[in-house]
Design a protein around this ligand. Sequence first.
Ligand SMILES: [Zn+2]
Length: 511
Amino acid sequence: MGIDKYEIVIGCEIHTQLLTATKAFCACENRYGGMPDTRVCPVCLGLPGAMPRVSKGYVELGAVAGQALNCRIARFTKFDRKHYFYPDLAKGYQITQYDIPLCSDGYVDLPFTHFPEEERPGGKKFRPDNFKGENCVIGGSYRRVRVERIHLEEDVGKSLHFEGKHSYIDYNRCGTPLIEIVTKPDISSPDEASLFMQTVQEILRYVRVTKGNLEEGNMRCDANINLNVWENGKLYHTPISEIKNLNSFRSIREACSYEAERQLHEFETDRKEFEPGYKNTMTWDEEKGVTAVMRTKNSFVDYRFVVEPDIKPFSVSESLIEDARKAVGELPEAKRTRFKKEFALSDFDAETLTSTRELAMWFEEAAKNSKSAKRVANLILSELLAVLNEKNQTIDEIKITPLHIAELADALESNKITSKQGKEVFALMLEKNLLPSVIIKEEGFEQVSDANAIEKIVDDVISANPKAVSDFKGGKTNVVGWLMGQVMKQSRGKADPNQASALLNKKLSVL
Ligand SMILES: [Zn+2]
């Protein structure tokens, strides 16, 4: 007797708020926070007789998300009512999409470079297929997670519980436009679930459909998880748990890890097995680090879905779909691959420079205007990002342009200025918002690369320091560094250090 092995099976449902100006079906402003119940109206409160209207941009943004996640977009669709009673849902039903989702049959490819070594091709725990035995490795470099559907639905209000006192409801969030992204159960580890959510966040931010801010609840994940357990050669499935409202990458990872352990233990002790339609709904208690059962339910619970009678079913035009495709543009992974090839960047540099679409565009603009993309990358990575971090700014908020960095990179590359001067130019450039060429001229930073001038300085330094020279001849080669320092000092930092050093070494060796 005993368990031979087990594998984890996870499917995700990610709720993402969209960046429309107004709520999904009314004119209330779509924004986070504020005084409770200050952005509500008869429509989002579901008062009798109020008529919903689909807000401008809602279907469009949903289609952009669908295109970005490689989905098919429905040419005809509709909204439905899902009935259930919950205090944060004032009207007693949610407007959602039931049997004709706007988007379906998509996928997200996760790069193996983000997996632990042992789970990559060739590794000990590498798995080329999903739990159904279907291949999910793409081009040897990616593991594919299939997206079953993306549908449109409205968010509910927020319950606020004050310990030992009362519960309150804030309806500001009620009616916020959401998409729900539902995957196939293709995810096989807690780390992969977390990586999936990070990747989706990055993509949806890139295509500007969401702020993707997890702290503000712009994105929340429900994870469906169970185990395949082999015992004495026989395969068993454990009951599915749905862990609700995971709102950080860490909580997804930790909740799934905990739940997998718990299910394994439960299987060993209680022999509980999967039953079709049965599911545990759970919460994740972040502080205690445990999952807890909220309710157990049959998933065929009757939500009494009906077509939303107040919104006509509608066609999705070819031009809307085409516009959505254009809005997607180049996605982060494709950009990284291209940057590595075009600009000879390392994995890490490409990763950082493409972390937001704005930064990637900024870098590319600078790189195209410079003779050395590598130097541009270094300046951004080592200097500019540090400043942005310190000031808590984004690349859009700084005054200097890509051309500033391109000029600075070229001045350094052509040895017009030393790297030390480069730092000064960089600081002045941020402060005065002047182009490096202007600063270099104003400050008299032009580096001396005139061979005659440098030779004269080297000769002067050698003749002024006979002691150092005799030490050198006596075998103390480390005095070269000191002499080099004297050369740079005499040139007031303007001598091209490479040239000066070569000349100094040459002169000393023939003395
Ligand atoms: Zn409203």
